[in-house]
Design a protein around this ligand. Structure first.
Ligand SMILES: Nc1ncnc2c1ncn2[C@@H]1O[C@H](COP(=O)(O)OP(=O)(O)OP(=O)(O)O)[C@@H](O)[C@H]1O
Length: 435
């Protein structure tokens, strides 16, 4: 999807060249630890230290492409955009933009608070090197796009943050940018405005405008961007096709979180969720059943049989149900319910729907429920577990276990589940339906 409507002959030369760029900020630590320091300016000066927000980044952003910058908070994305926009200068290295840069960075940046929305449009246009005539030609469209007709002659200092974004975006996209750089700010607008922004971005992209976008929405990067760069602690971790970079980034985030979960589990000495009769079931149906068999815990295993605190959409996995039986039971079926955090039950597999009933000898044991490709989309699910024999309830625990589902690739499908399916086109020559 991300490359089909980009002109095939799109030239590969760089719209923005970033060469070995570093950016140093001086951090001032105002914390005063003793009375002497509070009065000594020399001591205070010593408390400032250098911080490298970018540490030698080299990157070419190709002309006519939509380019995403991703990375953790503080990784240097906004700093890089500000360098491209000329708001900051690099501490070393060089940045060259080949074309008129229009930027949408911080809220209200580039606006004069005392001036009206209309006058700010003239101001921004002239900063971008446009003539009054050119700005006049774009004026109606900008005002209509912003939806601020009523407020356009009011000083912008009384605008809400959403109104700032509307005006800023309307200006940035309608003043014929050659290179458009956008930081997260679109997220401030309401749903309808965001949709309009994205439609417009697709349109600009189609026209061959170079777009550089910082966002925490990985789905947006995968959908809208051709290429992406992943910044990590001020260095470039990866650059390449958007989906590949996003997938790598997601895997790294998942690994990091899994390691943190494992460390937490090791610290608490608990690796699975254990249900006891004393458990509280606040707001839920209490545990029910005659008790010959009791579920004692649930574990989530990945394709290698390794226990996980979360499972991944589209990957093989197993839910292991551990139990204790007080006597031999010849005909036990196990059931699970996956209830999404929104309250909707997404799935309810039961071994009785297939041929699988189990002979359960007295003592402890476990049954595994394995799927080849987990259809649940990222989110949190509550699991209920039941052990029954033809309608006789041995044990039923309602929504007692939490399953976190993550994505290892970018999930842009809406809904609770990812439906497996194939798309196929039939031309006039081909049969409409294959038997
Ligand atoms: N003007 C400044 N003075 C001092 N430090 C700064 C300044 N601007 C940014 N920094 C620091 O540089 C680092 C990178 O910041 P930057 O805003 O570029 O990160 P980011 O990747 O855009 O983060 P986020 O996703 O949170 O927006 C941060 O540690 C930040 O505190």
């Amino acid at each position: 999807m991300q490359t089909e409507d980009v002109p095939e002959e799109a030239p590969r030369e760089a719209a923005i060249s970033v060469r070995d760029v570093t950016k140093k900020f001086r951090l001032h630590n105002d914390r005063k630890t003793n009375v002497k320091e509070m009065f000594s300016s020399r001591e205070r000066r010593n408390r400032s230290e250098d911080f490298w927000a970018l540490k030698g980044v080299t990157l070419d952003i190709p002309r006519g492409r939509t380019f995403g910058l991703i990375g953790h908070n503080g990784s240097g994305k906004s700093t890089l955009l500000k360098l491209v926009a000329g708001i900051h200068r690099p501490s070393s290295g060089s940045i060259t933009a080949h074309g008129r840069v229009s930027a949408m960075l911080e809220l209200g940046a580039g606006f004069h608070p005392e001036m009206s929305g209309r006058d700010n449009i003239y101001l921004n246009g002239s900063i971008l090197g446009m003539t009054r005539k050119q700005i006049d030609a774009a004026m109606d469209e900008i005002i209509a796009f912003s939806g601020l007709e009523e407020f356009i002659d009011t000083p912008v200092k009384v605008y809400s943050s959403g109104m700032y974004v509307r005006l800023g975006f309307a200006i940035a996209v309608n003043l014929e940018p050659e290179i458009l750089i956008i930081d997260e700010v679109i997220a401030v607008g309401d749903e309808a405005f965001q949709r309009r922004c994205f439609d417009h971005l697709y349109e600009l992209r189609r026209k061959g405008v170079t777009i550089v976008l910082v966002t925490h929405s990985l789905a947006l990067v995968a959908d809208l961007c051709d290429e992406a760069a992943w910044l990590d602690g001020g260095t470039l971790k990866r650059v390449g096709p958007a989906r590949e970079v996003v997938d790598d980034y997601l895997s790294a985030v998942n690994e990091r979180e899994a390691a943190a979960d494992d460390a937490e589990a090791a610290a608490t000495g608990q690796t699975d969720v254990v249900v006891t009769d004393d458990d509280e079931f606040e707001g839920r149906t209490p545990r029910r059943g005659s008790g010959e068999i009791r579920v004692t815990g649930i574990q989530f295993l990945d394709q290698d049989g390794v226990e996980r605190k979360f499972l991944s959409t589209g990957r093989p996995c197993t839910v292991r149900i551990s139990y204790q039986a007080t006597e031999d039971l010849p005909d036990v079926t196990f059931g699970l319910a996956f209830v999404h955090e929104s309250g909707v039950q997404a799935a309810g597999p039961n071994s009785g729907y297939g041929p699988d009933t189990f002979v359960v000898p007295a003592g402890t044991g476990a049954v595994d429920y394995t799927v080849d490709s987990l259809p649940l989309q990222p989110g949190e699910f509550l699991l209920s577990v039941a052990a029954v024999d033809k309608g006789h309830m041995y044990d039923y625990i309602d929504r007692a276990f939490v399953l976190k589902v993550r994505a290892e690739d970018v999930v842009t499908e809406p809904g609770l589940v990812r439906m497996p399916g194939r798309w196929r086109q039939h031309t006039a020559a081909a049969p409409a339906i294959e038997q």
